[in-house]
Design a protein around this ligand. Structure first.
Ligand SMILES: C[S@@+](CC[C@H](N)C(=O)[O-])C[C@H]1O[C@@H](n2cnc3c(N)ncnc32)[C@H](O)[C@@H]1O
Length: 391
């Protein structure tokens, strides 16, 4: 790429940054996109390819550093002195030589600072690695990598057909089970998964701050027995809790549904819990809202239809609404994380990240109609409101 194009990108970045885009909105995402474009423009094609080839060892090193508990050690150490490779070796039991090799990768990834030879200090990103979102590192690595490593072979052997059956997903083929069975059998990972689920959207707007809630509250049945919202597959209730904390004025009950192992010990004020599999008919009839967040992307169309039909059977046609919070992929310039997530979902359960057209088709196939789609942040899931099509 010419230096003129590079300078033009640098100018756009400067403009975007000075216009106050460093927060979490559209400008922030635009700034990150421009930085990616600038990096690609500066890199030679060979450098781009080498960067991609050497991504997997970075993740393996990161996974190991998490195992060794190095990030909390750095966070708890004196910020002035940091910790040396010898200190880390002593405290973790790993060889000093190994620590040095791993920490080189962590410093190059910006996950800590190395300001003098073999001494490491915590940064803001080190601190975040010790928060619940950091649980995503071991959980997602162990859950997805065996299937991802075998994905090319799976696709070759299946003549490059699009995986569309949960029971024969790439993970099923490579590991003998798909994501939720694997998690159910790996207690430690299930708890890391729950912790990661509760934290991965920090800093992004809540769905109920983006979607106009009066569409649900106006005309809602205010009888104390009436159910205002059922969070289906709501994990341990992080979303519902955020909603009930922010909106104590909501009419009716809030109900959390998930698999028995997930909800059996959940005890959150103002939230009822119910063990329920969405592969069965929905037992709560006539709720105002049937809410699904990050559910349908886990599943292929055939199972999504089943989940939707199980919900439709409980809906009051003129009263109930379905709210889906999931990515709506743009037709072009799909953000990298969303494109990658689609491949991950394909691997671990034949799931799919869907475009607007795919959502409309899926919902129409079970007699539902999209009433509107809201999005405040292109890096975030969109909010889809669907109702029964009465035509
Ligand atoms: C990707 S997580 C999404 C959790 C939460 N809605 C969120 O957005 O953070 C998918 C959830 O679906 C739940 N799940 C999986 N299979 C289920 C089933 N058959 N019935 C009900 N919940 C299920 C999982 O336990 C998990 O909590």
């Amino acid at each position: 790429m010419s230096s003129t194009s590079i300078l033009s990108l640098a100018d756009q970045i400067k403009l975007e940054a000075t216009e106050g885009s460093l927060d979490q909105g559209h400008g922030h995402v635009r700034l990150l996109q421009l930085i990616d474009e600038l990096k690609l423009a500066v890199e030679t094609p060979t450098e781009t390819i080498l960067r991609l080839i050497y991504q997997p060892p970075e993740n393996a090193a990161l996974r190991t550093v998490v195992d060794l508990g190095i990030f909390p050690l750095l966070v708890n150490a004196s910020q002035k002195e940091g910790l040396s490779a010898s200190d880390l070796a002593l405290q973790t039991g790993a060889d000093r030589g190994l620590v040095i090799r791993l920490m080189r990768v962590m410093s190059s990834l910006g996950l800590c600072e190395c300001t003098e030879t073999e001494v490491y200090r915590a940064t803001e990103k080190t601190i975040t690695m010790t928060k619940p979102i950091g649980d995503g590192v071991p959980c997602i690595y162990d859950l997805t990598l065996p299937a991802l490593a075998k994905l090319p072979e799976y696709l070759r052997q299946h003549n490059y057909t699009n995986p569309e059956e949960y029971s024969t997903s790439p993970m099923q083929w490579a590991v003998g089970k798909s994501q939720f069975e694997w998690l159910a059998e790996n207690k430690k990972h299930q708890s890391l998964f729950n912790s990661y689920m509760s934290s991965r959207r920090e800093g992004k707007p809540n769905w109920f701050d983006v979607y106009p809630m009066d569409r649900l509250t106006e005309g809602a049945n205010s009888h104390p027995d009436a159910v205002f919202l059922v969070d289906i597959g709501g994990n341990q209730g992080h979303d519902l809790q955020a909603l009930s904390t922010k909106r104590s004025d909501l009419p009716g009950r809030l109900v959390l549904q998930d698999l028995p192992k997930i909800v059996s010990n959940v005890d959150k004020s103002g939230i009822e819990t119910m063990s329920y599999s969405f592969l069965d008919p929905q037992p709560i009839k006539n709720a105002r809202t049937y809410y699904f967040r990050a559910i349908f992307h886990d599943w292929p169309d055939r199972i999504c239809k089943k989940i939707l039909l199980n919900t439709v059977s409980a809906m009051n046609a003129s009263y109930s609404r379905i709210i889906i919070v999931d990515f709506v992929l743009p037709d072009m310039k799909v953000p990298r994380m969303q494109a990658a997530m689609d491949i991950q979902m394909m691997s671990i359960g034949a799931g799919v990240e869907r475009s607007k057209k795919q959502w409309e088709d899926l919902l129409a196939s079970v007699g539902l109609r999209v009433n509107g789609i809201w999005n405040a942040h292109p890096g975030m899931e969109s909010i889809i409101e669907a109702v029964l099509n009465e035509d």
